[in-house]
Design a protein around this ligand. Structure first.
Ligand SMILES: *[C@@H]1O[C@H](CO)[C@@H](O)[C@H](O)[C@H]1NC(C)=O
Ligand SMILES: *[C@@H]1O[C@H](CO)[C@@H](O)[C@H](O)[C@H]1NC(C)=O
Length: 422
């Protein structure tokens, strides 16, 4: 398992893929840059269908404007090579003739992502502007809160995330409180599956911390519209670590680890270590790639971009690998008790491996502003349920307990522990 920690170095994701949120954003645009890019892309934000508000503040007034592109037209505008046609595709624009101003975004049939671009009258000129004007800006995007006042920093695509994370954390704390004592007892007793329980406890603890830091980030974001990128990054790293621990554990178990079969311990097996290293490396690379991809492509269609797609493929390959392992372990298995255990175990593991690909698939048919919520919350919730079910499965005196102790002829020391069964 120590292998997973190597990846801690990696500052990631996303994964989960919460990209930089709108917001309150500050930065600098220049007329020279706008000229060379045919308009400078600033950010995107998902506005509610009515009573949303855009505010800007600049350190200098200018003849430049903020151009707003509707999500439906954005890819057309990216494909457009003619500068004037490109600017003309904007739905509306807000001038920077004063150093501060605001604009109501109102009366759309449904929530939309809006893409903000800076351009000025010289942007489409043949030659670069004679004087490169630098404008420092702060943009604020606000959606209506429950009373209809434009106060809410969350984009429409993120509405409810904080509430859901709050519930998740509470649910987690309840679950941990419920299981902690029994897990601790089992580990102390050195029961037959205490190694699995140790690993699972670490995975759950790391998963919980990941959710907790994301919750803190969202909570800060709710108040200032900026959030805490440290908490966000930490949460993403912890998420990858917990995924890695789970993948290693499930793969090892599917090969018979702790069941006193073929492979006594994963770390003793070079082939398996190789697979784990490969999978871990692939996952980290994909996640990083996906991050930079999002930044450079201004679009947020996780499942439509290549790294996101490969990430989904990786999960499916893992599920197949897992199923194949399990099948070959099962074929060597004569005990019906163990077979029953493996069946229950397999269902939980497929749930865990396939939750992300399944939700990505579902998200494809949903409007864009729903996708993020569905995939993020759905994955975390399903994996949480799977973790709890696994804990229960391992803890319950039922199948697994007996399965592991009854037939441990290959590992004689386990027989001595038989007396500890409760
Ligand atoms: C900007 O527009 C001009 C003409 O309108 C075009 O020739 C040029 O290729 C465009 N540049 C980019 C980066 O799209
Ligand atoms: C506005 O801010 C930008 C970036 O900080 C700076 O380069 C520019 O000189 C400022 N302009 C004025 C008029 O203060």
């Amino acid at each position: 398992m120590a292998f997973s920690w190597i990846f801690l170095v990696v500052a990631l994701l996303h994964f989960l893929f919460i990209e930089t949120r709108a917001k309150v954003i500050a930065g600098v645009v220049s007329s020279g840059q706008a000229w060379s890019e045919n308009g400078t892309f600033i950010t995107k934000f998902c506005f509610h269908d009515r009573r949303a508000l855009f505010e800007y503040e600049t350190n200098i007034s200018s003849n430049g404007r903020w151009y707003f592109y509707l999500d439906d037209h954005w890819s057309d505008s990216l494909a457009e090579t003619d500068c004037r046609n490109k600017i003309a595709k904007a739905r509306f624009s807000v001038g920077i003739s004063a150093t501060r101003g605001q604009q109501l975004v109102n009366q759309w049939l449904r929530p939309h992502f809006w893409y903000v671009v800076y351009a000025d009258p010289n942007t489409c000129d043949e030659s670069p502007p004679t004087e490169d004007l630098f404008i420092g800006y702060t943009l604020t995007f606000l959606n209506p809160d429950s009373e209809g006042n434009a106060n809410d920093h969350f984009g429409e695509d993120e509405k409810g995330l904080l509430t859901m994370y709050t519930l998740l954390i509470l649910f987690y704390i309840g679950g941990i409180a419920y299981f902690a004592r029994r897990v601790w007892q089992s580990i102390q007793k050195g029961g037959p599956m205490h190694e699995v329980l140790q690993v699972l406890s670490v995975a759950i603890a790391v998963h919980f911390l990941s959710a907790f830091f994301m919750f803190i980030n969202l909570w800060i974001f709710k108040n200032d519209g900026e959030g805490s990128s440290a908490c966000e990054t930490l949460s993403e790293i912890l998420d990858v670590v917990s995924q890695m621990i789970m993948i290693c554990m499930l793969l090892s178990m599917s090969m018979g680890w702790t069941l006193g079969q073929v492979i006594p311990h994963p770390v003793n097996n070079k082939g398996q270590l190789g697979i784990i290293a490969l999978v871990g490396g692939a996952e980290v690379i994909l996640v990083l790639w996906e991050q930079s991809y999002e930044e450079s492509h201004y679009t947020y269609h996780v499942h439509e971009n290549l790294p996101g797609f490969l990430l989904v493929c990786l999960r499916i390959i893992l599920a197949v690998l897992f199923g194949y392992n399990l099948q070959s372990t099962l074929s060597k298995e004569r005990s019906t008790l163990r077979k029953d255990f493996y069946q229950a175990f397999a269902i939980i593991c497929y749930l865990w491996f396939l939750s992300f690909p399944m939700l990505m698939l579902i998200a494809m048919v949903l409007p864009e502003y729903w996708r993020h919520r569905v995939v993020t919350i759905g994955t975390i919730a399903i994996q949480l349920v799977a973790l709890m079910m696994l804990s229960k499965q391992f803890l319950s005196r039922s199948l697994y307990w007996e399965v592991s102790t009854l037939s441990s002829t290959t590992l004689p020391f386990k027989r001595d522990r038989g007396g500890f069964r409760d």
